[in-house]
Every structure is written in structure tokens, then in C-alpha cells.
Write a protein that binds this ligand. Structure first.
Ligand SMILES: NC(=O)C1=CN([C@@H]2O[C@H](COP(=O)(O)OP(=O)(O)OC[C@H]3O[C@@H](n4cnc5c(N)ncnc54)[C@H](O)[C@@H]3O)[C@@H](O)[C@H]2O)C=CC1
Ligand SMILES: O=C(CO)COP(=O)(O)O
Length: 333
């Protein structure tokens, strides 16, 4: 049963479009705001997002707009803008938010400079907004095609979390409730950085054993940071942490992993970025993850290695050598 009947989606990239598609299927009226007029036209005229999600036939009932004011009557709004643009987008939308309508943060990243999680950015830009975080292993193309997917819906208010799940959940798109917003956000942000490392492992042909070690030690890093920030280890062991880490580190369909693959094969970051029109959140979040870890005295050597590569401070080979020369230590340290 749908609790919310008019849904707004802010962000016409692949993920915003896939979420609009899966929500529209369950019944509510969906309006998607996109920054690019060509995306608005493509969705309204041809039922396709030819720029960010080509080849997927969208529900004709989905309406796209360039005007945030058209979301003023939305009973719930999904925020699906890249993390580094979250603050500006929320500021633009604040005056249009219907009183009491919850916001569901669907982006995965940490803001550079401020080192804030998306929920903290929201608290600063729209104080006292009702909110939740949606995160977990879910490629936009899979969700848009209706393939089975399970994700975490994290919300401090269980009743609100259940209402959101009742609205967006379906047989194929299955949100699991969790109370731990911080854990969900840290999982989504850190897995993107680690997926770049996993791609480098494959690009350098370091083997499946190294790949498994990377996921396992990366998960330890993610959990340490999540717990230091007030999240729960059990959340990180779920869909939004380990689940998404496994997905993103295992498929070149991931923009983060494919970026790492290309880095491992010797391409420069500049060349990789010029070739894509999609977001690679791990590149943007790596400096923030590392700075947060240092602030909290948390050891994150794999994330440090990725940051050294994407910031240009060191080469891929230097980063690998640094990791392999670390002193032996206890597995649970
Ligand atoms: N694509 C996927 O499979 C999934 C993506 N996400 C997350 O969703 C968020 C959005 O990613 P995608 O939809 O994949 O993006 P995308 O890579 O498909 O599209 C790029 C998006 O960035 C926006 N953009 C570019 N410059 C901007 C600016 N200056 N201000 C505001 N927006 C700007 C574009 O309008 C477009 O919506 C990211 O945080 C990503 O981690 C989460 C789960 C799955
Ligand atoms: O978050 C995602 C899958 O859960 C998408 O990953 P990429 O951004 O690396 O493509």
C-alpha cells in the first residue's frame, strides 16, 4: 500500500531515473527534476533518459521538469544528485519543500572540505527536515529493468522508514529497514573509494586472492570509520556496507571499479574523466574519507592509497608498494 502518492525525484542521472521508474511502477505519481533540458525532453517526449540511462523504456506516467517549483506538492522527495552538489541543490529546493514531506537521501558520498555526511549537509541546509537514507547494492540499470534488488532504508524514525518502504518497495525492489543512518551513509561513501582500489587490483592483474584480501581488509576500514563516526558495525555488515562493497568491487559495470581498472592499466585519471559523462563518487570522496579518518585516528591504508593515486600525490605502483610493505598486524586491530 502506498503511503505517499505524489513523489518528487531531484536528479535526472541514471540513479534518479531508475528510482523514478521503480517507484512509478508501484502506483504513485512521479515527477523528476533534471538539470539538463535534453534529459527533460527525452523523458517527456520519448520515455527514455537517453543521456544517462539509454535503452531503458520508462513508464510513460513519469513526468520530467526543469522547474523545482513543480515538486512543491510532492509528499515525499528522493534526492539523487551527486554528493558534491547536494548542498547547492538542497539550498535551491528548500523554499519549495512542502511542510512535513520527507526527503530520502539516495546519493553516496562525503562532502569535500566540510567532511560532512549527506544527512549533515541536509541538517545544515534544511534544519528539522524529516529524512531517511537509501543505500545498498543496486546498479541503476538493474533496478530500472526490474531485476531483483535489496537495499537498506535507514531512518531514525521507524514509522517514517516503514511508510517510505511501503511507498517505494515492490517484489523486485526490496528495502530493508535499519535505524542507523550514519552507518548506511559511511558504507555507501567508503565502498566507492574501495571499488577504485579493487579495479586497480584487476587492472594490474594482481589476482583473485589479492582481490578477496582487498574486499576483506577494505571492509575492516569501512567498519572502523563507521563505528568511529557513531554508526553500528552490524549496519556495515549489511546491504549498505558489505553488500554494496561486494557488488561495486566485483563488476566493471561500476563507474568506480571501472575507473580503477583503467588506472591499473596505466591510463591517467584526466583521460578517464574526460571520457565519461557520469559521476565517479569515489574520486570525489576519497580526500574527505581520508581526512575524516585522520581526524578520528582511524587507520584506512587502502583508502589512503586510493587518495594518493587520485590526488596525483603518488603513482599506482607506489601505492601498491606502500600497502605491501606495511608491518604485519592483528586481523582485528
Ligand atoms: N548509478 C547507480 O547505479 C547508482 C548511483 N547512486 C548514487 O546516485 C548519485 C547520482 O548518481 P547517478 O544518478 O548515477 O549520476 P549520473 O552519473 O548518471 O549522472 C550525473 C548526474 O550529475 C548531475 N550533475 C552534474 N553536474 C551537476 C551540478 N553542477 N549540479 C548538480 N548536478 C549535477 C547530472 O545532472 C546528473 O544527474 C551518486 O551519488 C551515486 O553514487 C547510488 C546507487 C546506484
Ligand atoms: O552505487 C552503486 C551500486 O550500488 C553504483 O556504483 P558506481 O557509482 O560505482 O557505478
Amino acid at each position: 500500500m502506498n503511503t505517499f502518492h505524489k513523489i518528487g525525484v531531484i536528479g535526472g542521472g541514471a540513479w534518479g531515473t531508475a528510482l523514478a521508474q521503480t517507484v512509478a511502477k508501484t502506483g504513485p505519481q512521479v515527477t523528476i527534476w533534471a538539470r539538463e533540458t535534453e534529459v527533460v525532453q527525452s523523458i517527456n517526449d520519448r520515455c527514455e533518459n537517453s543521456l544517462f540511462l539509454p535503452g531503458v523504456a520508462l513508464d510513460p506516467a513519469i513526468h520530467a521538469t526543469s522547474d523545482l517549483g513543480e515538486l512543491a506538492s510532492a509528499e515525499m522527495v528522493l534526492i539523487v544528485t551527486p554528493a558534491q552538489h547536494m548542498r547547492a541543490t538542497l539550498k535551491d529546493f528548500a523554499c519549495h519543500l512542502r511542510v512535513g514531506s520527507p526527503l530520502v537521501l539516495c546519493s553516496k558520498g562525503i562532502e569535500q572540505g566540510s567532511l560532512k555526511l549527506m544527512s549533515e549537509v541536509l541538517a545544515e541546509t534544511i534544519p528539522n527536515a524529516r529524512s531517511a537514507v537509501l543505500s545498498g547494492p543496486s546498479f541503476a540499470a538493474d533496478v530500472a529493468r526490474g531485476l531483483p534488488t535489496a537495499v537498506t532504508l535507514a531512518c531514525a524514525d521507524r514509522g517514517l522508514g516503514e511508510d517510505i518502504i511501503a511507498t517505494i518497495g515492490s517484489a523486485s525492489f526490496r528495502p530493508y529497514y535499519a535505524p542507523d543512518v550514519i552507518g548506511a551513509e559511511v558504507g555507501g561513501a567508503v565502498k566507492n573509494v574501495l571499488a577504485i582500489a579493487a579495479g586497480i587490483v584487476d587492472g594490474k592483474a594482481l589476482g583473485r586472492s589479492a582481490h578477496a584480501a582487498l574486499i576483506s581488509r577494505g571492509f575492516a576500514e569501512m567498519t572502523r570509520l563507521g563505528v568511529a563516526l557513531g554508526g553500528k558495525a552490524e549496519t556495515l555488515a549489511g546491504l549498505c556496507g558489505l553488500g554494496d562493497l561486494i557488488l561495486t568491487c566485483s563488476s566493471p559495470q561500476s563507474r568506480n571499479m571501472s575507473c580503477g581498472l583503467a588506472l591499473g592499466r596505466g591510463e591517467s585519471l584526466e583521460t578517464i574523466m574526460v571520457q565519461r559523462n557520469s559521476v565517479t563518487e569515489g574520486v570525489a570522496s576519497a580526500p574527505a574519507v581520508v581526512a575524516l579518518a585522520r581526524r578520528h585516528g582511524v587507520e584506512m591504508p587502502i583508502c589512503e592509497a586510493v587518495n594518493s593515486v587520485v590526488s596525483g600525490a603518488g603513482t599506482v605502483d607506489e601505492a601498491i608498494a606502500a600497502l605491501l610493505s606495511r608491518p604485519f598486524t592483528s586481523e582485528n586491530a
